[in-house]
Design a protein around this ligand. Sequence first.
Ligand SMILES: Cc1ncc(COP(=O)(O)O)c(C=O)c1O
Length: 414
Amino acid sequence: MKRYKDLSPSPRIILTPGPVEVDPRVSRALSYPMLGQFDPEFTALMNETMQMLRELFRTSNRWAFPVDGTSRSGLEAVLTGLIEPGDRVLVPIFGRFGYLLAEIAERCGAEVVTIETEWGTVFDPGEVIDAIDRLKPDLIAIVHGETSTGRMQPLEAIGRACRERELLLIVDAVATIGGVPVETDAWQLDAVIGGTQKCLSVPSGMSPITYNDRVEAKLMRRKRIEKGIQPDGYIEKDPSLFIRSNYLDLTQLQDYWSPQRLNHHTEATAMLYGLREGLRLVLEEGLEERFARHRLHERALVAGLEAMGLTRYGDDSCKMPVVTCVCIPSNVDGEAVRSQLLADFGIEIASSFGPLKGQIWRIGTMGYSCRKSNILLGLAALEAVLPLHGASIVPGAAISAALVIYAEGAKPDA
Ligand SMILES: Cc1ncc(COP(=O)(O)O)c(C=O)c1O
């Protein structure tokens, strides 16, 4: 007797800030035949993936590889590797994922100091630099694109200030990598953590990271303490300074990703195929072209929402181009609208966290999900559903407003 039905997930239009739809080429790559993790054919794919990641992160760092696990694994690997117990870590917080950085840092034994700014805004870089000078942290961890509020923190001046003060800057670019510029070298970011399931349109399960020599030097110093060996002789081992994870120990991971291929974990080979194909798609499209595509669809979405009479949440000057936050009209049950969009149209938009729960919807325009048909269908569905839930919107205006943007975007000089 057949107890469980065949797996047959419903087709969806995913307009959330992740996970988003996967390009069919990535899905295909995920199903390719297995290779052993030390098969030269596979290790050649690993090397190619590292090179593709350098291009994605815009860096000449030696180290650029995926950590197996969701984006949190990349965050934990970097923070666990860099934070020694008692280190003072500054986390500027402008949304939910700032709290995640603070929580991980605390678990690593850091003395966490935070500064916070109102949700829906970001920091003036000067505020962060003042906090650095006042609080004298050992390192700084900050989110680039805060999906909970849809805001993006400018990083260039903060990167410069950290470099001048010889402080390490760690950046969560989980939601921005592949959708908007992340300039690892030009902005002087020491370690950057990306995500697969957002603008790269690869399923969740790997976290691409990159870090520079300054980070590696700190990791290796801890490694030497663990081994009890220094360049000039033996030192006493100090267990309190060991990297507190085996799975996420970057010194071991980099040995595995180096030509030595020192055995560590069993690589998630199918995920690597998927990531490599996702990166190939990004680089084939071209980073600048991809950023422009994300901008165009964001503009079309925003024009449609505005034409409907909906209000956007947050400060537009720091809006993430890949997430649009919409205020739920006061008389409308946001969850009921989301449920109907899913049930009747197969369209998913996101709710929100903490103080914004029930206040805003978050609409993602990321990766393969970010395309004209999805935007138009999303707008049409919202326009149809909202009046049924008591919202008074301007009927019949959204699609034409979006189409005007697409027509402008199609002009050669647009
Ligand atoms: C900005 C940001 N950082 C970190 C994460 C955590 O990523 P994951 O759920 O893949 O571990 C997310 C996930 O939504 C995110 O949006």
